[in-house]
Unconditional design. Structure first.
Length: 199
């Protein structure tokens, strides 16, 4: 008969050191993130929602972000590593958007990422018990819209004018002007734009 104590004893006798997680992040990376977290907590996050956008942009740029004219970043937006963030002109990161920028996050111009969305560039290798860190960049092209609460995974490219519906989980590339929804996200239709915009 298998008991909890026998399983527990078996675990104690197993050598798990071969499966120990290896942290590949540099000390410089950790130090910069520690400093950024301090700046975010005391100088970025407390700013009023409708004001001080230029101050928040200044702080992000101070830590290496590339941000175009007219772009806005909400004070509750979390950016893991600003030096991996690039935004074109007139793009928006909404309230409580989480930019897990272990790798590059590149937003084109006139991109909207709505509240509570999660842009995740980092994961772990599930083919190994060590679960080594793996990262892949996210690209969101001009005029695309990531709606509220959506998840965009590592390595995903969202093409020009595409729309990711609220709460969608995107783990594959989204084609130009496609509207995707669901978990996992699938194409539901093409986006129709009445204006004579050029893409």
């Amino acid at each position: 008969m298998i008991t909890f104590s026998s399983v527990y004893r078996g675990c104690l006798m197993t050598d798990f050191s071969q499966f120990k997680y290896q942290d590949n992040l540099t000390r410089k990376n950790k130090a910069m993130r520690l400093l950024w977290n301090f700046v975010w907590l005391f100088f970025f996050r407390p700013t009023p929602r409708g004001f001080f956008n230029s101050w928040r942009i200044f702080l992000l740029k101070l830590f290496g972000a590339k941000i175009g004219k007219g772009s806005k970043v909400a004070p509750s937006c979390i950016v893991w590593a600003p030096w991996n963030l690039s935004m074109g002109d007139f793009s928006v990161l909404g309230d409580k958007v989480d930019c897990y920028s272990m790798d590059r996050i590149v937003l084109g111009s006139k991109v909207a990422v709505s509240q509570y969305s999660y842009l995740c560039t980092g994961s772990h290798d599930i083919t190994s018990y060590r679960r080594q860190l793996i990262t892949k960049p996210i690209t969101i092209a001009d005029h695309a819209w990531v709606c509220a609460g959506a998840f965009v995974g590592p390595g995903v490219t969202i093409a020009d004018g595409a729309v990711v519906a609220a709460r969608a989980v995107v783990v594959k590339d989204v084609e130009k002007m496609d509207v995707v929804a669901g978990n996992p996200a699938v194409k539901v239709k093409k986006r129709a734009v009445e204006e004579e915009d050029e893409y």
